[in-house]
Design a binder for this molecule. Structure first.
Ligand code: PLP
Length: 363
């Protein structure tokens, strides 16, 4: 086959904005202590695992799953404290919900607005569906909202969709509630509060999702300990959810995910204990980092800590940590405000200890 011919065809037909993108890169983590992806480090107790496997034996994988995923939807409604009048829409991870929102509200000249540095999927998905993307910079010293700039951008760009992660990824901070309320009031379109890190903070807009005509709240089971299942949820008024649901592909939540998530949420105490432990370890890790000369951890309400390394050394330190068996995320180069920054997911006490030892060696 003529490679050149394929290249010519690809160049002619693949949308230019897709050709420009680089695919989302996930590094190989085999054999490493994995502190790069905000996963829960704990597995399930043995008896729970056995009970789960027994349940899986009863699943008919020859049949399509329940298209409405009714059982797990009802369980999530209750577990996530969704107001009774609000409806839920499930996605194959909350990433798929972001995509459904963009397909529903997108169109020529329509805009997604968010803050930077923020969650990369908002801008990537804007690109996929041909929407404009506007990222308003956070303040450089503490990643707080630059309210005048944000309100000005809302006024200028009239975004169809505005995403704010609460707490924010990758900075880990919570924005002040009053400022978010001001943004919800000012936004002409839909505001999505992305509560991916809800298990690690007491702050939430979920109980008030029915209090505003343009507010939707998004969550995921990924960060609480079920990242492998791929299950996210969007809560909001039935009028919005009914429209967004039209863009959902049939059977988007597979039968193993439906059964497993429903089972896991029946044992929520196990996950609450794990995420409670991670919250305590977060403060142990923060204090340890703060005691290290030359590095600056930023306060976090999530299960990770953003840390600024000595100037010009983040990439070298990231590589040296990896040599010593610890994988963290290097964010230097991802955005100007993230210069010299690494992001460390909070692991078990042992994993965090290994990371701190490795860091002391490489600094
Ligand atoms: C991790 C993350 C998500 C993605 O969650 P999935 O349900 O695993 O797709 C969404 N938003 C933010 C801010 C995240 O950090």
């Amino acid at each position: 086959m003529d490679k050149q011919q394929i290249d010519t065809l690809v160049e002619r037909w693949v949308r230019p904005e897709i050709q420009e993108l680089s695919a989302y890169h996930v590094p190989d983590a085999s054999g490493l202590i994995k502190l790069d992806a905000m996963e829960n480090p704990y597995t399930w107790p043995e008896d729970l695992r056995r009970e789960w496997l027994d349940l899986l034996q009863t699943v008919d994988v020859n049949r399509y799953p329940d298209p409405q995923a009714a059982a797990v939807t009802a369980r999530l409604h209750q577990a996530m404290g969704v107001p009774a009048e609000s409806r839920l829409l499930l996605g194959n991870g909350s990433d798929e919900l972001i995509q459904m929102l963009a397909m529903t509200l997108g169109g020529p000249g329509r805009t997604i607005l968010s803050v930077e540095p923020g969650f990369v999927m908002y801008s990537m998905i804007a690109r996929f569906v041909g929407m404009e993307y506007v990222g308003v910079p956070l303040r450089p010293d503490d990643f707080s909202l630059d309210m005048p700039a944000l309100l000005q951008a809302i006024d200028q760009h009239q975004p169809a969709l505005l995403f704010l992660a609460y707490p924010n990824n990758p900075s880990g901070n919570l924005f002040p509630e009053q400022e978010l309320l001001q943004i919800i009031e000012a936004a002409p379109g839909v505001v999505v509060i992305d509560e991916a890190y809800a298990p690690f903070t007491d702050a939430s807009f979920m109980s008030r999702v029915d209090g505003f005509p343009n507010l939707l709240v998004m969550r995921t089971v990924s960060k609480m300990g079920l990242a492998g299942l791929r299950l996210g949820l969007l809560a909001g008024a039935p009028e919005w959810i009914g429209q967004i649901d039209k863009t959902r592909l049939p059977y988007n939540i597979n039968v193993l995910t439906q059964v497993s998530a429903e089972f896991a949420l029946r044992h929520q105490g196990v996950f609450d204990a794990q995420t409670g432990d991670i919250r305590r370890q977060r403060s142990v890790l923060f204090d340890a980092l703060q005691a290290v000369d030359g590095v600056t951890p930023f306060p976090s309400d999530a299960n990770f800590i953003l840390v600024r390394m000595p100037q010009g050394r983040a990439q070298e330190i990231h590589a040296a940590l990896r040599e010593r068996g610890v994988l963290v995320k290097c964010l230097h180069g991802a955005h100007p405000l993230l210069r010299d920054c690494l992001r460390i997911t909070v692991g078990t006490p042992e994993e965090n200890g290994s990371f701190m030892e490795a860091l002391a060696e490489v600094l």
